[in-house]
Design a protein around this ligand. Structure first.
Ligand code: SF4
Length: 272
């Protein structure tokens, strides 16, 4: 039997529904896992854009983005999330060049001088019953009529139509948090895919907010049951290719009970 978590974030909800076994390793046992180049690059680009937005609106030009980006690179060069990637000098150059290309793509998608931001990397939390829902909003802004817009930057590719609703569920989660914490439902939620230059938008409604509480409560009940019965089933799929916990996954002949001792030895000090 495992202790039942008392809080959930959109990514944790998604993680449990994708594979309960991987969720157990990462979120219940909190086992370390190695950093991934994709996730680290995403964090670096988010940080560069956050720094850009600390400038007054009229100063947010490509020229101003360069020092912001270099500051973010300097910060990450000392971060285990980057150093443990073990990149060669040439690989690190390619990594940084690709991250900069994502920042430049951002400028093709919108002019940050026109954005009326009122919050960056905003941490919000709200209660649903005894469960705390937590999320970090990349950017909260006002449109011309004073409506709230939630924007989330994505550094991967835009999902196919089949997965689009799943991704939007994460953003509806943020709109739910906004409504709970700020007392106003956002007018629009936007996912900006910096890799492809696509923007997916959705308009939150009473129904979409209700859907979030219903879905999150259902996922939390499933998590609670899995913890109480020690029943986290593996769900093999595309994620397995990049799953650091594969050596202890029953679907690959592994023993989950060994992960708690072996994963820290294999992956070192990085906490999941
Ligand atoms: S290897 Fe696949 S099935 Fe096993 S824990 Fe990881 S994601 Fe889940």
């Amino acid at each position: 039997m495992f202790p039942v978590p008392t809080s959930l974030s959109p990514s944790r909800v998604e993680a449990f529904t994708s594979c309960p076994m991987a969720f157990r390793f990462a979120s219940i046992e909190r086992l370390p896992e190695p950093p991934s180049p994709h996730a680290t690059k995403g964090s670096l680009v988010h940080r560069a854009l956050e720094l850009l937005f600390t400038q007054p609106a009229e100063a947010r030009t490509v020229a101003a983005a360069e020092p912001a980006f270099h500051q973010a690179v300097t910060e990450y060069q000392a971060d285990p999330e980057f150093t443990l990637l073990g990149l060669s000098a040439a690989e690190a150059d390619t990594f940084v060049a690709d991250a900069w290309a994502l920042v430049l793509k951002y400028f093709d998608m919108e002019d940050p001088r026109t954005v009326r931001d009122i919050g960056l990397e905003l941490r919000l939390e709200a209660q649903v019953g005894s469960l705390t829902l937590r999320g970090i909003i990349d950017r909260l802004e006002l449109d011309a009529d004073g409506g709230l817009i939630v924007t989330d930057y994505k550094t991967g590719r835009a999902p196919g139509l089949r997965y689009e609703q799943n991704r939007l569920a994460g953003v509806h989660f943020y709109s739910f948090l906004c409504e709970e914490v700020l007392g106003r439902r956002p007018k629009e939620i936007r996912l900006m895919y910096l890799r492809t230059g696509e923007t997916i938008t959705a308009t939150p409604s009473a129904q979409s907010v209700r859907f979030i509480t219903t879905r999150t409560t259902a996922v939390w009940k499933a998590v609670e049951k899995a913890c109480q019965q020690d029943d986290f089933r593996p769900r093999p799929g595309a994620l397995c290719n990049s799953c650091a916990y594969q050596p202890w996954c029953p679907s690959f002949g592994g023993d989950p009970s060994l992960a708690a001792t072996e994963a820290p030895l294999k992956f070192g000090a990085l906490a999941a």
